[in-house]
Design a binder for this molecule. Structure first.
Ligand code: UDX
Ligand code: UDX
Ligand code: ADP
Length: 471
């Protein structure tokens, strides 16, 4: 019979584990949820008395405020968390490998393996182990092998795959009313029981018909597939944006017309300077690697093109900036508004802004950056990582971090909108214009601002997916 879950442990207090398990705690007051992490600074931040949490996510503070200390706990005592739990989420990071076999494509599973081995070593009673991190197909199988090879007598491990589909910036609402919850298990009686136990946890707030139960491999592949298809839509619309710029069609109008087809649907068709985030590129590269290792080179090439189109879109945008500024930006000041990979998050992983700024740096421009959420430290770290051979001092001579959009735009030749923060729509554009060198240019990489209104103020506006106005 299925075990009734009363104690959950989540290994990894990051963007996925933190919000997910906080919401589980909120919705299941009868379950004790402990989130553990090796990173003490992170745990301290989750426990901070003034709720200055380590990640910014709208609504998260309210959830943590309600549940923390009641049935939600954050701790660095990983072993104790494992020992006490009936069900363990493994929600550790799975970055793309930087070296070794599959470097640049395959996921680095070292963190998953270490966490799994820790479970095997420490557990003294049976556990349901849930793979939450996005991982390549067959990881559950490896986890199972490790656990079974190391388990003690009377101690069984059942593995589930339960990928998380939340998007950053809307994590809490995504978790509170998910499109679906996906649970993969072995189709053995034990596997089905374990699946039932986890299903019961979600059933506390998710309607039954939205909880899908499938085989382990389908679950793992579905996560990669969902992200690959979402990213593919953006690359498709971005490829069309290049045609629009060259022909005089308008990508807004095209996307809108396409989206009315109920088979296509209106969402996720917003042309941009390129997708970012920790998932899309990583998961597609995983899929490419998987396809290649299965000897399916045509399939690999198909998915790889989605990432290549994204790289092209970023390059194309930087080039358009340079071309428009009379073919040189050497010594010119460019204000980059937004550094996060999308609005409503402080996360910068794979953000298009990083590539744009690097391009502007190599053209010897000066760059002023402003983002309402990203910490300066993070910006310096990302720019350093993008140019590993350049001393930070040199980078700092070219790039300045500003504390407001207005300040960033002062004395600049051009404003580049890299992230769709709502506040950029509402800045005092008249004041921005007054402070800039003339002619003053705006490059909207996010279809954010009202180009006509800005033109009336005097700006020369270039918008992604629209031809450059013959000014
Ligand atoms: C994504 C998936 O949406 C989520 O289901 C999965 O669990 C994790 O990966 P996330 O990366 O947090 O979530 O954000 P998402 O909203 O998907 O945006 C990803 C990138 O695509 C951002 O850079 C965003 O700006 C860009 N994007 C999104 C577009 O350029 N155009 C769009 O129409 C939508
Ligand atoms: C298509 C468009 O749907 C229509 O809007 C346009 O005006 C003309 O082109 P059509 O070619 O008549 O219409 O048929 P459609 O139903 O789109 O199918 C096209 C092909 O795709 C068929 O061979 C169909 O079997 C195949 N298909 C469709 C799939 O293989 N899988 C699917 O999920 C859907
Ligand atoms: P994600 O976006 O997938 O949530 P993050 O990098 O934000 O990824 O979070 C993953 C967290 O997992 C990090 O805080 C990291 O310290 C933690 N972690 C990694 N390995 C272990 C481990 N073996 N035990 C405990 N925590 C771990």
């Amino acid at each position: 019979a299925p075990v009734k879950v009363t104690k959950i442990c989540c290994i990894g207090a990051g963007y996925v584990g933190g919000p997910t398990c906080a919401v589980i705690a909120l919705k299941c007051p009868h379950i004790t949820v402990t989130i553990v992490d090796l990173n003490k600074a992170r745990i301290d931040a989750w426990n901070s008395p003034d709720f200055s949490l380590p990640i910014y996510e709208p609504g998260l503070v309210d959830v943590v405020r309600q549940a923390r200390g009641r049935n939600l706990f954050f701790s660095t005592d990983v072993d104790k968390g494992i020992e006490e739990a009936d069900l363990i989420f493994v929600s550790v990071n799975t970055p793309t490998k930087k070296s070794g076999v599959g470097a640049g494509f395959a996921a680095d599973l070292n963190y998953v393996e270490l966490a799994t081995r820790r479970i095997a070593t420490v557990a003294r009673s049976s556990k349901i182990v849930v793979e939450k991190s996005t991982v390549p197909c067959r990881t559950a199988e490896s986890m199972r092998t490790i656990l079974e090879a190391n388990s003690k007598p009377n101690c069984r491990f059942d593995i589930l795959s339960n990928p998380e589909f939340l998007a950053e910036g809307t994590a809490i609402s995504d978790l509170l009313s998910p499109d679906r919850v996906l649970i993969g298990s072995l189709q053995s009686p034990e596997g089905i029981d374990a699946c039932e136990s986890l299903k019961e946890v979600y059933a506390n707030w998710v309607p039954q018909e939205r909880i899908l139960t499938v085989g382990l491999w389908s679950s793992e592949l579905s996560k990669l597939a969902a992200n690959a298809m979402l990213a593919q839509r953006i690359s498709s619309v971005n490829a069309l944006s290049a045609i629009c710029e060259a022909t005089g069609a308008n990508i807004d109008e095209v996307a809108n017309a396409i989206g009315y087809d109920s088979r296509i649907g209106p969402k996720f068709l917003r042309a941009s300077v390129g997708f970012g985030g920790s998932c899309f590129q990583k998961d597609i590269l995983n899929l490419v690697y998987l396809s290649e290792s299965l000897h399916l080179p045509e399939v690999a090439a198909y998915w790889r093109q989605v990432v290549e189109m994204n790289e092209y879109q970023k390059r194309r945008f930087s080039k358009r900036v340079v071309d428009t500024l009379f073919n040189t930006i050497t010594g010119k000041r460019i204000a980059v508004l937004g550094f996060a990979f999308k609005a409503d998050t402080g996360d910068t992983r794979e953000s298009a802004a990083i590539t744009l700024i690097k391009d502007f740096q190599s053209e010897k421009a000066f760059v002023n950056v402003y983002d309402p959420q990203v910490e300066s430290e993070q910006i310096w770290m990302d720019l350093q990582e993008a140019s590993p051979l350049m001393p930070l001092e040199t980078i700092k001579k070219q790039v300045s971090i500003c504390s407001s959009a207005l300040e960033a735009c002062k004395n600049a030749e051009a404003v580049v909108i890299a992230t769709e923060w709502k506040e950029f729509k509402d800045i005092d554009w008249e004041a921005v214009y007054a402070g800039m060198n003339k002619p003053a240019f705006v490059f909207d990489g996010r279809l954010l601002v009202d180009a006509e209104r800005l033109r009336k103020i005097g700006f020369r506006v270039t918008t992604i997916g629209r031809p450059s106005a013959v000014a």
